[in-house]
Write a protein that binds this ligand. Structure first.
Ligand code: NAP
Length: 294
């Protein structure tokens, strides 16, 4: 029930119509009986400044930030968390006592997913990370926080972008080895105990594409996380299962980065399974939390 005391949460992006975030957050709000509402605001790049001023003036409690505003919004905030500063992008704004504080919850989301969905309390010493875009930045940052990760092969179609990302987060070049993602990448992937795809290859409307030219490099004992979540089971994850590796889909990371933002805003830990089920339903899959209709 929306009342005069209802606090506003939301997401800004462009485009933002296909986001799963309203479904996830409103499901958690309903499950907890809290007085919040979460909606999506399409904001064109030239309107970002007025949108953030509007957030202050209208006393919104918080916003998620998605493409293309994650970097541009930083200059408009009063404070940036050390983690978001190091990653170089904000995906969550906390409006607290008149100040706007930027956070990045993607690094938390991916680590929680690897632990709880991938069964990895400790990460393997060798990791292969595919991609060098916005998501790769947060994931590389998170991997570098873990001392047990000794070597990260960072492979991307545009090798220069992998090199630039590696240089910015591992300036001494001790742990990250950047390179090109092509038919020659198999050896580096095969040497890894954990493979993470953070490219958009395999995403709708191209579900028949895999980021790996040759899946023979996948093996038993390997965990394969594909952060693409539409479709839920990508070709890469099917290839991983066939090779005896442990496949982990991107919904766990999505739900957990959302759950962290929710906790920042409300002070309450939300039910992650409710958020995940809502995102699943949004993707047209039956919710595991509701009985099937006859
Ligand atoms: P981005 O910044 O646009 O980066 C895209 C990456 O994919 C780049 O490395 C790009 O390589 C690569 N790529 C795109 N098309 C390619 C192709 N045809 N062949 C080879 N490489 C290609 O995007 P992003 O924000 O990092 O997001 C990447 C994916 O992760 C999206 O599918 C997004 O939905 C998903 N994601 C999921 C979560 C989650 O919580 N599960 C969170 C964030 C993002 P180049 O540098 O060579 O262009």
């Amino acid at each position: 029930m929306i009342s005069g005391k209802t606090r506003v949460l939301g997401i800004i992006g462009h485009p933002v119509e296909h986001t799963s975030s309203p479904a996830m957050h409103n499901a958690a709000i309903a499950a907890l009986g809290l007085e919040y509402v979460y909606t999506a605001f399409p904001v064109r790049p030239e309107e970002l400044g007025p949108a953030i001023a509007g957030m202050r003036a209208l006393n919104f409690r918080g916003l998620n930030v998605t493409v293309p505003h994650k970097v541009g919004v930083m200059a408009l905030l009063d404070e940036i968390s050390p983690e978001a500063r190091a990653i170089g992008a904000v995906n969550t704004i906390d409006h607290r006592e008149g100040r706007l504080i930027g956070h990045n919850t993607d690094a938390y989301g991916v680590m929680q997913s690897l632990r709880l969905d991938g069964g990895l309390e400790t990460l393997p010493s060798r990791v292969a990370l595919l991609g060098a875009g916005g998501a790769a930045r947060a994931i590389l940052y998170a991997l570098l926080q873990r001392p047990e990760v000794e070597h990260i092969a960072l492979l991307n179609r545009t090798a220069e972008k992998a090199a630039a990302l590696a240089a910015s987060l591992d300036p001494e070049g001790k742990r990250v080895q950047p390179g090109v993602l092509d038919a020659s990448s198999g050896e580096q992937v095969a040497a890894a105990g954990l493979l993470i795809n953070s490219t958009s290859i395999g995403m709708h409307p191209h579900p028949d594409a895999s980021p790996l030219p040759n899946p023979a490099c996948l093996h038993t004992g390997m965990v394969v996380l594909d952060i693409v979540y539409n479709p839920l089971e990508t070709l890469l994850l099917r290839q991983a299962r066939q090779a005896g590796a442990r496949p982990v889909d991107g919904l766990g990371m999505l739900a957990r980065q959302g759950a962290r933002a929710f906790a920042i805003w409300t002070g309450v830990e939300p039910p992650v399974e409710v958020m995940r089920a809502a995102a699943l339903e949004r993707l047209g899959k039956p919710s595991p939390l509701k009985p099937a209709a006859n």
